[in-house]
Design a protein around this ligand. Sequence first.
Ligand code: ADP
Ligand code: MG
Length: 717
Amino acid sequence: MGGLKLRDSVTALRGVGPGSAKRLARLGIAEIRDLLLHLPLRYQDRTRTTPLGELAAGTECLVAGEILGADVNYGRRRSLLVRLQDDSGRLAMRLFHYSRGQRESFAPGAWVRCFGAVRMGPLGLEMVHPEYRLFPSEPPPPAPELTPVYRQTEGIATARLAGWIQAALADVDEEFGIPLPDQDFPLLLDALRCVHGRAMDDSDVEDATEERKARLAAARRRIVLDELLAHYLVMKRRRAARGGLTTTPLPPTRQLGRELLRNLGFRLTGAQARVARDVLNDLASNVPMMRLLQGDVGSGKTVIAAFAAIRAAEHGCQTALMAPTEILAEQHFETLSAWLGPLGIGVGLLTGRLAAAERRARLAAVEGGEDLVVVGTHALFQSGVAFQRLALAIVDEQHRFGVEQRMMLRHKGEVPHHLVMTATPIPRTLTMALYADMDVSVIDELPPGRQAVRTRVVTMSRRNDVIAHVGQAVAAGAQVYWVCTVIDGQEGEVGLAGQAEAAETTTTGEAPPSIAFRAAPRDPERAATTTFDELQEMLPDVRSALVHGRLPATEKATAMAAFKAGEIDLLVATTVIEVGVDVPNASLMVIDNAERLGLAQLHQLRGRVGRGSARSDCVLLYQPPLSEVATQRLAVLRKTNDGFVIAEKDLELRGPGDILGTRQTGEQAFRIADLAEDAALVPLATRIGDSLPDSPELAGQITSTWAFGTDADYAGM
Ligand code: ADP
Ligand code: MG
């Protein structure tokens, strides 16, 4: 045997045909390497048999018992019931599918050892289709084992999947993973063997399980280190490759930016001035800029984008500004028109709600070069827009920014300068790991006069008081956001771990019951509509409007414009207003069912108030009882307004997938690494990464082990 290659299709394994390959593909497993990197979700502890008298329904145990008898039971469904007993009690093993030979094998007096889930049956505790093994007499104590449990898909039993993984581990005949300089690190393949392994060599050590757990953890760290390192090296390479590209240099010329500076009506903060310099310096080079601009909500990133766009315009070059939502695109269009229009720079808006003729006209203005700055949603730009002379792409509020999606725009074979702006505060260690291919600037200072938003956490039973308070605030001249998440509070949070568990097929062969407790579909639009009606009824004198994702774009735009113009006092909205919306006069925000949202999202939302000089308030309305994590989340918000502190906390409480907004969208940056857990390995990965000499062999090794985009991505961009 042997001779299996990492990039071979799984069908190269004996027993894997096209049907199984299709099912494996649902788990993201196409090649041998994918199979090897399909790590166990958890381990079953089969190191100890539980006396039958101590069994409890709902647990998963290893047991042994003497067979009292095996009878066919004609209930609603025919089954074979094997009755077992030991010194302490009894248990039934129930099989719905069995052969005659199997039935005859259960001779009274023989013993069975089985592993499975215990449940309450009609006649007492039972296990349905456990894994079992027969013994002629009382079996010896089990070899201590931790058995891997894999994320599964329909139609592939655990044992088969585990068997294929073992076969692949045994037969793979190629170097796997990054060769680490330090001898202390095991080979990646050995680490994988450990993680996938089931038997333990030191079988009679009392603490073998603990020891095994420690070894598993070490092996997992080795694998994570490989992945972080590969990621880092890919980013470094991309960065180096960028150095070899050329694009239109945009050096200072007409100094139009100074005119904007005079017209702004405020002075730049020190941080803004510094970051603007970073950006303008980058633009002067003929190497495409790739800069990430981080700045907390309200720190004033838009004006930096404006300076960059002005610089491009001075050269007769175009800028594309991409926003994640139409509301935000419209807002940017207004801001930039007001700032750049007086300088004679044409600004155009491309949104989905343009009528066909209008859209054609706008596209023509872009193609003809009359619009030097073009604002639109990401989706619109991705569908292809012909520019006359695009030199700068600005991506606003892009927190869903996977490794694969960097460098989204190209223009006539060239990569334009890129500026990516985000309010998602990313802890520094993660920035190093995730964005090593970019330069990073941080606006770490808020405009003067901003006051921290005073945040209160209020239980739902006081909702009417809050509504009355909204009425008073409006009477006193404030503008208010009321943000709705979901109506009903009865559904618990279903964590991702829970869903992964639900996706496991049980060894009993029965459909996993867990599917039943999936969360009901969220319907924030309905929540917003109902709340809107309720608020209108309770506050008849308040001028209110409703904005949610399912409204026609025109209606949304009208409502937003009216709110911005101060013609509306109360804006009831879904989280569509989460990013970027800027109405400085708004000074009160109520967030309904705040316990439903993550920290980062709550922080983003709250950032919609506290933008003007007025003291602002935020009320987090929650539906008790609060989970432990939700309690902590709300407490963090009450205590601090600092996005970076909140990001660190979020990392602690939930994990970076949520911080980076990737987990929900399934665009995980990493396959195995969990930055919340593994953040401590990042400095090690970068240190090793900097010490490894770049070579084609190393590059090949990385691409054949870890799938970060395609090989072509790796080589260039
Ligand atoms: P964000 O970083 O969240 O995108 P914006 O660019 O929307 O922030 O700016 C928030 C608000 O602060 C805007 O109303 C903007 O005009 C204002 N602003 C920006 N910079 C300053 C400054 N230096 N002084 C005063 N106000 C400022
Ligand atoms: Mg913004």
